[in-house]
Design a protein around this ligand. Structure first.
Ligand code: NAP
Length: 247
């Protein structure tokens, strides 16, 4: 089924967000392609969506704070003329063992990965309530479910995002708004390519599927959760990890 639902995908210039924006574009969604610094990459994503016959607009903004989140969502609502679908994808890592973790690395990851999505959701809900329709998909991580050494800030933010997902689901289910989370495992992207080879090999040993995932596989799951057909799925966290964490 195609749809022209007004949609914001954050961090759509690269990696998972890029694949998600392109997949939604293929399915007819009207996509606001958000980026922080990668302007040319975001322009290319928007151009590919419009070349495929769907609408796209660009939204630029720093998502490292609640204030940044407010500015991005306001711009997206203006450019789209409303908002019905929000994919909170933009995220960062600042890895380190707890005893060595700097306060600013804790703050940066919590602000970008949890506080900005909260700000985006809060404003998006207003548009969704007036549209009497909403789909929110938060990109968490499987480490938010299972833990991982060296990522206390990231895990806390991603687990927090799962909690936020449940809270929103319970509060707005009656308004025809769903909120779900996706918890990817090891997916090939810039974020994972920069991990040392021995770390990548160690992850691979533990993945029953014997391979890393592709951004397109995550995009297909997000597109389903963003669709009308997924209307009775709410408050869930769906892992997409090749069997890494069966919970
Ligand atoms: P990525 O390749 O590093 O891309 C990150 C995206 O987020 C970029 O589009 C970047 O925009 C944007 N972004 C980051 N910080 C920003 C900021 N302060 N302001 C505005 N935009 C910002 O990451 P990825 O691997 O695709 O990951 C995407 C999401 O999936 C993240 O939430 C990540 O935690 C999650 N995830 C990834 C994996 C994986 O294996 N890759 C696994 C589990 C979860 P610009 O480049 O334009 O600045």
């Amino acid at each position: 089924m195609t749809t022209s639902r007004k949609t914001l995908v954050t961090g759509a210039s690269r990696g998972l967000g890029r694949a998600i924006a392109l997949e939604l574009g293929k399915r007819g969604f009207f996509v606001a392609v958000h980026y922080g610094k990668s302007e040319a990459e975001a322009q290319a994503v928007a151009a590919e969506i419009t070349a495929g016959g769907s609408q796209a607009v660009l939204v630029q903004g720093d998502l490292s704070s609640i204030e940044g989140g407010k500015a991005v969502i306001t711009q997206a609502v203006e450019k789209l003329g409303g908002l019905e679908v929000l994919v909170n994808n933009a995220g960062i890592t600042r890895d380190g063992l707890v005893l060595r973790m700097k306060d600013e690395d804790w703050d940066a990851v919590i602000e970008t990965n949890l506080s900005a999505p909260f700000a985006l959701i809060r404003t998006a809900l207003r548009s969704m309530m007036s549209a009497k329709y909403g789909r929110i998909v938060n990109i968490s991580s499987v480490v938010g479910l299972m833990g991982n050494p060296g990522q206390a800030n990231y895990i806390s933010a991603k687990a927090g995002l799962i909690g936020l997902t449940k809270a929103i689901a319970k509060e707005y289910a009656g308004k025809n708004i769903t909120c779900n989370a996706v918890a990817p495992g090891f997916i090939s992207s810039d974020m994972t390519d920069k991990l040392p080879e021995n770390v990548q090999a160690k992850y691979l040993e533990n993945i029953p599927a014997g391979r890393f995932g592709a951004p397109e596989e995550v995009a297909a799951l997000v597109a389903f959760l963003a669709s009308e057909e997924a209307g009775y799925i709410n408050g869930q966290t769906i892992a997409i990890d090749g069997g890494l964490y069966a919970h």
